[in-house]
Ligand binder design. Sequence first.
Ligand SMILES: [Zn+2]
Length: 137
Amino acid sequence: MKNCIFCQIVAGKSPCYKVYEDKSFLGFLDIYPRVKGHTLVIPKTHYKWTYDVLEYDKYWLVTLKLTKALQKIFNTDWITHFTYGAIPHAHIHILPRVASISREPSELDIVPPHINFSKEEMQEIAEKISCELKNLS
Ligand SMILES: [Zn+2]
C-alpha cells in the first residue's frame, strides 16, 4: 500500500533497524521504543490486522523466535506482547521487560511510556538481536 510506512520499510524505501527477515516477515526495532529492545514483527504483505495474516501460525512462531532471543539478551523477568498500534498494517510488539528494583510489575507496566535511545544505541541493540538470532538458529 502506497501510504503505509510499514510497506515502505518492507520495500526498502524507508530505513529501519532490522533484526530479522524471512520471505514473509520482517522484525525491526520500534523507533518509538517503550523499553530497550522494543521490537516489531510485521508481515511483508499488507494486512490491516494481526488476525488477518494468512500465515498466522508462522507469524507467532517468528515472534517466539525473537522473544527467545530478547529473553536471553536482556535477561528479562517477563516479556509483553501486544498487537495494536497507530499504523494500520499488522504488527506485533515485543517488549523485553526487566522488573524495577523499587516495585513489582503491575498492570500499569503493560505499556510503559516512551524512552529515547541515540541512533548508535539503536544500531547496537539491533546488532545484538540479529547476532543472537543467528546463534539460536
Ligand atoms: Zn502496509
